[in-house]
Design a protein around this ligand. Structure first.
Ligand SMILES: [Zn+2]
Length: 279
């Protein structure tokens, strides 16, 4: 249920409608000790009290991270990157039973956040944002496929001649792009007809063009279909996008050529691929 760039942007857009102008009445954490030890949630739970009494000003996203800005220079960063639920409830009483963070607003609305895997729930002052790896990676790093600067020319400049595997180039802290995790990576290279073990330096201009198109199309389709089909939005509505390549294809035939889909270990995780279409 990973939350990548399309889902983070959908959440941010929905939150931008629901939250600005709302004043935080209270903040509660629940069952967070393990997440705090792992650095996914502020180690000091008292940090969240900085949000209380503050009013939401704006909500934006970049990469996989959503940034809620409140008056007085405080922020709530949310990145349920490898799985999680961010829900808005018009009435606090309707809030789901299981959450790690609950932000209650004056007037009765509430935001709940639950991480089901690696991710981030961080309260931080403006000056402390750069202390967060996720903030640095997503807001200060890479090119975003949702911004005007994402052009074939720019993308080509960034990837051509880079002697690193495609996964390192597209995913993670050293990626040239922000917002793609393993799930989008599998889908993108399948669409582009590229094998996961290819190095960026081995791509010919036509292949680089196919990769660029694949990123654009994947992000566009996932946003227009309301996100991935295993993800739910701010109001609990399930997305409509089924990955073209991924664990959902295991044991099935490639829809393009009919070959059996394979699974390999690559770049620190499982990668599904079509051994015929991806070369
Ligand atoms: Zn195939």
């Amino acid at each position: 249920m990973s939350v990548e760039l399309p889902e983070a942007r959908i959440l941010a857009e929905q939150m931008m409608v629901a939250l600005p102008g709302r004043r935080v009445k209270r903040v509660e954490l629940r069952d967070c000790e393990k997440l705090q030890r792992m650095g996914f949630v502020n180690r000091n739970p008292e940090d969240f009290s900085m949000l209380v009494g503050r009013t939401v000003e704006a909500v934006l996203s970049r990469g996989n991270t959503v940034r809620v800005t409140l008056d007085g220079g405080v922020n709530l960063l949310l990145a349920p990157e490898y799985g999680g639920l961010v829900l808005f409830h018009r009435d606090e009483g309707e809030a789901a039973a299981r959450w790690h963070l609950m932000v209650g607003f004056d007037g009765g609305g509430a935001l709940t956040v639950r991480l089901t895997s690696m991710g981030l729930v961080l309260a931080a002052r403006d000056g402390d944002l750069t202390g967060s790896y996720m903030y640095r990676r997503d807001f200060l790093g890479g090119l975003s496929p949702l911004e005007d600067g994402f052009t074939l020319e720019r993308f080509t400049k960034l990837v051509s001649g880079v002697n690193r595997g495609l996964k390192q180039v597209l995913v993670g802290k050293d990626a040239v792009l922000v917002g793609l995790s393993n799930s989008a990576f599998m889908d993108v290279i399948y669409r582009a007809g590229l094998h996961p073990r290819r190095r960026a330096s081995s791509l010919c201009p036509r292949e680089t063009g196919r990769l660029f198109e694949a990123v654009m199309n994947l992000v566009g389709e996932r946003m227009s279909l309301g996100g991935k089909d295993e993800w739910v939005d701010l109001y609990g509505k399930r997305g409509g996008y089924a990955p073209r390549m991924g664990p959902n294809l295991l044991g099935r035939a490639c829809p393009v050529c009919g070959s059996g889909v394979e699974r390999i270990q690559h770049g620190g995780g499982a990668v599904y691929l079509c051994p015929v279409c991806q070369v």
